[in-house]
Design a protein. Sequence first.
Length: 1079
Amino acid sequence: MYINMKFISEVSALMLLSWSTSASTLYFNSSEIVEDGTWDWENKGYVIGGGEGNNGKLILKGSSSYNHFFNVGMNGGNGSLTISEYAKNLNANTSFSVGTVSSDNISVNNTIGTLNIKGSDTGAITSLDLNVGSSGLYDWNTKRSSQVTGTLNIVDGAILNVGEPVNYSKNKAYVGAGNTSNTGIINVSGAGSELNLISNAPYLGDLAENGTLYLGYIGKGILNITDSGTFSAGQISASTTLANKDSFSALETPSAIINVSGPGSRLIVRSMMSLAADAIISLQAIDVRLTQKGAGNAVLNIDDYADVIFEGKANTDEDGFENLVSGLFMASNAATSAIVNLNKNGYMTISNSNLSPDEDAIIAGEGYYEFNLNGGTLRVNDCKYCDNKLTTKVNMNVLSESVLEADEHKEMYLNGSLTGQGGIVKSGEGLVALAGSNNYSGGTRVEGGELRSDSNNAFVNKTSYIVNSGRLNLNNHDLIMSHLSGDGGIVDVTAASLNIDQNADSLYAGSFAGTGQIEKNGHSTLYLSGNSKGYKGDFSVTGGSVDSSDALGGNIFINDGTILSAEGYLGKTTVKKGGTLRVGSYFSEKTTPSQLVVDTSLSNAGKIFIAKNGHITKESVGNELLVRGNYVGNDGHIHFNTVLGDDSSLTDRMKITGNSSGTTYVHVNNVGGTGDYTVKGIELVSVDGLSDGIFRQKERIVGGAYDYYLTRGKGADYKNWYLVNTKPDPEPGPEPSPVQPPVPTPVPTPEPDTKPAFRPEGSEYAANLQAANTLFVHRLHDRLGETHYVDALTGEEKVTSMWLRNVGGHTRFKDSSGQLKTQANRYVLQLGGDIAQWSSNGENRFHLGVMGGYGNQKSNTRSGYSGYRADGSVAGYSVGLYGTWLEDNNEKTGGYLDTWMLYSWFNNAVSGQSLSSENYKSKGVTASVEAGYTWKTGEKNKRESYYIQPVAQLTWMGVNADDHRESNGTLVRSRGEGNIQSRLGLRAFIKGHSLVDEGKNRLFEPFVEVNWLHNTKTFTTLMNGTEVKQAGARNLGELKAGVESQLTPNVNLWGNVAQQIGDRGYSDTQAILGVKYLF
């Protein structure tokens, strides 16, 4: 019989129905809320929602209290029990069954039971046994169409403890057990919410269930732990069936799902978890008994900062010995399936692993399984009961970057394979050792402790490695990296080979250790900022470049086409042909000088730059290469930066504490040095030991106006090498066989040649400026005067013309020091014509014309002191006007006045031997005024007359060259513009024709002319303020001879040759050929 009743303060009317021989049961099939009262039905039970189609709902809260057995949802009923708000459990004799059927009942309706335990105010509730969606094992083969579903919700800080410390037979839970139609669901959610299966029973014969959760035992079980909830058990047996059944129908396929999610959520397993695997519950670690057999499908999902913890608690057997069975067992049988998803930010922590003779923590059987590392963390840490390791042979899928964590003094051995698209992160201060044939492609990162290779294929080749802390230990196994970077740590290559073959730049701030080989390949730069002084192996740069800003030990080889930039410390170093060593690290971003110490020896067949590449300033000069041992020059090259000046000039240096040998070619780059006189010289190389090595200057070294030379020191400084700008002594030849010398006659010791060597380029700049100012300078007779003719149509007398002249010349001069000799060849083409003419009185005549021209000059200068040469060139154009007044146009006697003005512009170039070509521009105005007077001194006959013509001319030269800074840093300024050239001369000529030409309108005028020319300024070059002057051109004497002719009434032709002579070897030879057409 069933009673529907409302409970007020105490039970006053009951009908007891027998459920067993020793107990009566009270049924509640209505909706009730109880805020006060005591529920203490000793040895009895309560059923909420029991029987076909019945619905019961009971809410206990307030000051109500309860005891004994609760069955929520039974035999086709729908029951709900909620315990909240200060409701109290009277003692430990309470038990809960949520969603069950009795042994003799096959319900038609579905059975649904829900137990809600809410809030921390309910206290820690203790239950003896727990059944959720379960029936007895008698029901395992029952074919039922109705479903049994039980749900347990522990939320908002509620706590439920199952079992008791002594009566360990009561400390177990069945969820989704007994029949394939049964489903059990447990939800533990919220901070402080706990479901604990007590697991501290010492032993029971050979078996100890010890707080076991049977999840999906023949049925379907779901365990959800979320939002900081906690579930703990001694063991979890998920998706199993009876051990003595060999075959099962499709209706008997169990399943289990465990979801652990959310920050602070924890699933604690003190012994072992089996997922679709045989349940091992024996106290003996290896000789086990089975009570459940793995079947069906089991899934464990962990994510969002939740943690599944295997504590590895030991049990004590009957003899007092501790034994343990700890870890995860998956898919024991061929028809089973187990999947573990360790998702993003999820954790699985295993300690005291002991599931096999090898003490494995995670094992898999013959079924299908997946262990997916999908952003989570697998770790072994400081556990509650142990100090041990995690070992497994299980293969794992690395789906995204996942973490392997081992705490200090803990060890993790992954002997299975790791495959997939994700990467591995090693964290913690302990050891993780990989021994499987791994092939994950997402790279490897070490954040602490040690990650060790225990097999040839454990570390994945051609993937990236990041070492931020800890140690990456190759452990005698070779490795090819596609990328190396990281903030610190150690890469240990003891007895192994490491090939860093990367094509993207990276920084590794850690260090190398061991004695194995390291090879840098690829087209990138590997930046090293750690201290690897203790590395003792061979380090080869065979591709790209390496930049070391601290210390790199071992034997270093810089191969063809590669670069090693370094400061601090290098071990024994060999620069092979085509290889480059630079002093200074780009990574350090220092603008001040650097020092590099090369230990033991340095062999150089390539190039050494005692400065890093890029923009060099005076502040960055002063780097030092210290070879702490011997230096061998195998026809290699060394580049220095120097601020070229006097002996105290700032410079890069090389210091050798041992011996020097072989030949080395030296290059010097001037960094803004203005040049100055040297005495002892600027020290570049010092040698403490035997100085048998030869350092030979490879190319010109220039500073300002001076050439510098590399030479050995003298006297006590003979071991060292210096830069001087005085001509060095020649290298001594082989010593002759000794002979007995005669007694010499004492002679005075000659003074050494201490003149500084001037650069030939200075004279070339001066030659270009002289040409730009003089190419288009001319005189009235260079354009030639006109003759009369009668217009055939009008009968009027007219004069007009168009003229063309070609000039070729050759100049020689020296500079003011006497070291430089310059010669130049020039060519000028000039064209002009009248645009107007008139007379003021019928006798005189005025002309106005326009003219333009093209000119060029090519020159070269040789230094008789240094032997160097330089070439120069100038090419440009001019346009201008001219005007002429003739006093007596008819007789061509009396006075004349001629003026002209030109604007000229030029492209200039100077190219020094072994130096870059320098290009610059010049432009300006030249102008002239010329006056003369012509006397007829006599005539021989009517065909031949004699004349003299004194002349004077002033020419202003205003073409100026732009200031120019050479590629070597020398500032070049030109001086001499504004020069006024004055000319005084006398011209004597004969005008006439021969008897043969009588009547043919031909006229010839041979002449001879002498001139004196004076220049107010000297064409000068300032190179960083040091003057290089053209010498000998201040005062010049000129002799000119030629002939002017009229070949026809319309064509005039003239030509002449002139020779100018100055002092100090100055000379100029010029030839002119001109033509004029009259129309």
